[in-house]
Design a protein around this ligand. Structure first.
Ligand SMILES: [Zn+2]
Ligand SMILES: [Zn+2]
Length: 173
């Protein structure tokens, strides 16, 4: 008899904590970024049991991606794509000889398109991370001087460390 233990992760108390000017690697420009904080629990059968600790990440207010994360698919995702495409192409090629003449060109077109995808992902997989330089841009980002909360548009209150929104409880950094 089969027995499966389903594990996962869940985030609790996800809320915005702060905002700042930042450089987004996905938009490749200076953007406003909001820091979201949460508490992560490891789950067993969807029940949160294991506290894994707090998690913080800066999200771009334009595209909602983590501002400093590498744009494009991850290495493991690219590897899986290459593998999936290779299996699909061999599968389709094996049924090709038995195909009726009117559907054959469609199948050949499909195999060709997948072949191109295969070559592209293979190229991405072996080529170096050739994302454009972004650290010099980040160094040029000026601190945020906004007097309005980006979340609720209420005026910010000045504090000893800077400014914050009393409604959203987000700090300007
Ligand atoms: Zn962005
Ligand atoms: Zn606010």
């Amino acid at each position: 008899m089969g027995f499966f233990i389903i594990t996962g992760k869940r985030e609790f108390r996800l809320r915005p904590q702060a905002f700042r000017n930042d450089f987004c690697r996905h938009c490749h420009e200076e953007v406003l970024a909001v820091r979201y904080g949460s508490f992560v629990f490891g789950t067993l059968f969807w029940i949160p049991l294991l506290p894994l600790g707090p998690r913080r990440r800066w999200l771009c207010w334009e595209c909602f991606q983590p501002t400093h994360s590498h744009p494009g698919p991850k290495r493991s995702q690219r590897f899986l794509m290459v593998l999936a495409l290779a299996i699909l192409i061999t599968g389709l090629a094996s049924v090709l000889p038995e195909e009726a003449p009117d559907t054959k060109p469609i199948l050949i077109g499909l195999i060709a398109a997948m072949g191109l995808g295969f070559i592209w992902f293979l190229y991405l997989g072996i080529s170096h991370r050739n994302a454009p330089e972004w650290k010099p841009h980040l160094a040029r980002v000026e601190p945020c001087q906004d007097h309005q909360c980006p979340l609720c548009e209420a005026p910010l209150h000045l504090t000893a460390e800077g400014a914050e929104c009393r409604l959203c409880r987000v700090k300007r950094l």
